[in-house]
Design a protein around this ligand. Structure first.
Ligand code: ADP
Ligand code: ZN
Ligand code: ZN
Length: 675
């Protein structure tokens, strides 16, 4: 009798055993897809992890319904990466499977499966052509030196940090490195944190690598993603993959180099749902499995990476000059506290910024305005009685979206119609509080009615080509002003932008998070770096209520080191990364009182093992999402501690907790290396 263990696309920790016929046994192997029945009626596409002859310790083992192919579609290294992610990030392997394969490869019912299979065969036929248009520019002397230094550094480091100021021409260095590795017959993975960025860099890379390059991200149709995945399995895989976070899950055959561009970006970490993995860490593991090299590139390194570079664990290469000696932008601090007091603000704008925009528009130059909040206002309030609409499923006030006349919960996505009258007092007198990007857009239309404006935030980029449209239109100067959230801060390269306005630098800085200053420095330096890239010295107007804050001063003077140094002293003293590892344990339940009780019990059990490394339980700032209350326990663990032992201890305690009948609706999950 033969059996297979399989991973199901469900949040399940374990693999499940099914029987196979002799005929199936001839074709099935680790990494193949099979169709199995799970539960009474449900049918799933599962991935085989093991073929064996050991009968399971229970009666009535079911047979695999169908073997979908006779070759693995998940190769050995992918399988190991899945296992590493499940182990390190303390999440069910089924969740990793769900995240790793495009939807088309894990259909639920049979008919859909057959349809997909037909299409798959088609894709495999698509032939492979070599890129024809090779447009390699000459590197500048500084770029050439950095390029040589990177290759030298790779001789004794697997991982190297390229720390180059904004506009130092890092992309061009990457392109030469990619050429170098492809010429040796190797594959390259080029990771970017944001789809918005891939659209800009795709054009540049396509000119050089043509059909050798595949692009992979969620704005492509599922069929397109399946095609890329299948091509990576075929005899003629793409030599270069450009993609976001999830590209680490693609099959590679002979990976030689991984580039993690804008390595400091938070969006490399998946927050919701599990697996809550960091693509940079996953990429390092993937590279290690292939004996490949990893280049981490950024103008503002994450403190973790910079720390390891200083310690010699990573190589370090620096570029301090912008390409062709362009100047870094001038940063002007605008103290809006004082301006507010004197009632001189024009909406969210200081007179200085308004003047600068006016002059730029007169010179036919462009402007980027960065604001950290989308929507129209943070919330609305009844002027009469102070009533504020809140989400009925989450513990947050609703964001007002004026265009759609909707109130939206940014946590669960639920939308509500704006009520005609206040449900508390019956009056019809709402006022909007706080400023979102939509309101910024309205204010600009009032101040500069002749200017054409584009807005880039989550709300304007939902459709498939919207990123591309906005970025191309702005690059083609079809608009004068681009308003956006963090999306506009990340590595975008526009020739004609002379003014960058940061409307409110304070919200980031005031976050209750040990990384708040690091992040503020990164975001502000990055957005400032969008100004004056080609021809002129850019001007940045940084509006803040805390003009004296050291972080703001460091940004202005580009003093990365000073901030790094003071922050490291604090982090070492209080046991934060990179000196310790953090694990957040989250508990969710619909009954707040019971949850408090269970969270306290879990913390006690954790303390019995981890002692004073355990803090909490605490109630997080948003303490209820989608009708479930949330509690959080923090564990600070020495870097030297064995991840295996820590995992074993945590999972044992988790099991003890969940085995109690009273805890049957409790959910426990982890955020390892939270950001
Ligand atoms: P970074 O990624 O370091 O911020 P980029 O790679 O975007 O910088 O380069 C900044 C600008 O300089 C881009 O417009 C790019 O096209 C140009 N550039 C960089 N290197 C070269 C080169 N060797 N030849 C021609 N143009 C270059
Ligand atoms: Zn009211
Ligand atoms: Zn909600």
């Amino acid at each position: 009798m033969h059996y297979v263990d399989v991973i199901l696309p469900l949040p399940l920790q374990d693999t499940y055993t099914y029987a196979i016929t002799d005929q199936m046994h001839d074709s099935v192997s680790r990494g193949c897809r099979v169709v199995v029945q799970f539960g009474k009626k449900k049918v799933y596409t599962a991935i085989v992890t093991r073929v064996h002859n050991e009968p399971p310790p229970f009666e009535g083992v079911k047979y695999v319904t169908e073997v979908l192919e006779n070759h693995p579609i998940v190769n050995e290294r992918q399988m190991q990466l899945w296992e590493w992610i499940a182990n390190y990030y303390l999440c069910p392997i089924g969740d990793v499977y769900k995240a790793a394969l495009p939807g088309g490869l894990k259909p639920k019912d049979d008919s859909a499966l057959r349809e997909k299979n037909k299409r798959r065969r088609l894709h495999l036929d698509s032939s492979f052509t070599l890129g024809e248009s090779t447009i390699l520019r000459p590197l500048s002397p500084a770029q050439q030196t950095a390029y040589d230094d990177i290759l030298t550094s790779f001789t004794d480091h697997d991982t190297t940090l390229l720390h180059g100021v904004t506009s130092s021409g890092k992309t061009e260095i990457y392109i030469h490195l990619i050429e170098h590795y492809i010429a040796q017959g190797k594959q390259v993975l080029y990771l970017l944190p944001e789809i918005a960025l891939t659209t800009q860099i795709t054009d540049r890379l396509e000119a050089v690598f043509g059909d050798d390059m595949g692009v992979y991200h969620s704005k492509f149709t599922d069929a397109q993603r399946v095609a890329v995945y299948q091509k990576q399995l075929s005899d003629s895989p793409y030599r270069l993959i450009l993609g976001v976070r999830s590209s680490v899950f693609l099959p590679f055959q002979d990976l030689g180099l991984v580039i993690v561009d804008e390595e400091h970006e938070q969006s490399y970490k998946q927050q919701e749902p599990a697996p809550r993995y960091h693509a940079r860490s996953a990429a390092l593991i993937l590279a290690r499995m292939f004996g490949a090299k990893t280049l981490l590139g950024t103008a503002t390194p994450s403190f973790e990476v910079y720390h390891f570079a200083r310690k010699g664990r990573y190589g370090y290469v620096q570029l301090t000059q912008r390409y062709q000696g362009m100047q870094l932008p001038d940063i002007h601090i605008v103290d809006i506290k004082e301006l507010k007091r004197r009632k001189q603000m024009i909406g969210a704008f200081s007179p200085q910024l308004v003047d600068a925009i006016r002059e730029a528009l007169a010179r036919r130059e462009q402007v980027i305005l960065f604001h950290n909040r989308r929507g129209f206002s943070h919330f609305i309030e009844c002027k009469q009685c102070g009533w504020v609409p809140r989400c009925s499923h989450c513990d947050v006030s609703l964001t007002y979206h004026k265009k759609t006349l909707q109130l939206t919960c940014h946590y669960c996505g639920y939308t509500y119609r704006l009520p005609d009258t206040c449900p508390a007092c019956g009056e019809k007198n709402f006022m909007s509080k706080g400023v979102g990007t939509e309101k910024v857009e309205d204010q600009i239309a009032e101040i500069f009615p002749e200017a054409s404006v584009l807005r880039m935030d989550l709300d304007t980029t939902r459709s498939r080509n919207s990123y591309e449209q906005i970025i191309n239109d702005f690059a083609d100067h079809k608009a004068d002003i681009l308003i956006g959230t963090q999306m506009v801060t990340k590595g975008l390269d526009f020739d004609n932008v002379s003014i960058v306005g940061i409307l409110d630098a304070d919200t980031m800085m005031n976050q209750p998070d040990f990384r708040a200053y690091e992040r503020t420095f990164q975001t502000l330096s990055q957005v400032a770096g969008r100004a004056g890239r080609k021809n002129h010295t850019g001007q940045v107007f940084l509006q803040t209520k805390s003009a004296d804050s050291p972080t703001i001063q460091h940004v202005v003077a580009n003093r990365y080191w000073d901030l790094f140094y003071t922050q490291m002293l604090e982090r070492e003293q209080f046991h934060y990364p990179p000196f310790h590892r953090l694990i957040y344990v989250y508990l969710r339940h619909k009954d707040a009182q019971l949850l408090d009780h269970l969270a306290a019990e879990m913390a006690d059990r954790l303390r019995a093992v981890f002692g004073a490394r355990v803090l909490g339980p605490d109630t997080p700032p948003v303490s209820r999402v989608q009708s479930l209350y949330i509690r959080k326990i923090m564990i600070k663990i020495e870097n030297s501690a064995s991840t295996d032992k820590v995992r074993q201890a945590l999972l044992t305690i988790q099991k003890q907790m969940l085995n109690q009948p009273v805890a049957n609706a409790l959910s426990i999950y982890y955020d390892v290396d939270p950001l």
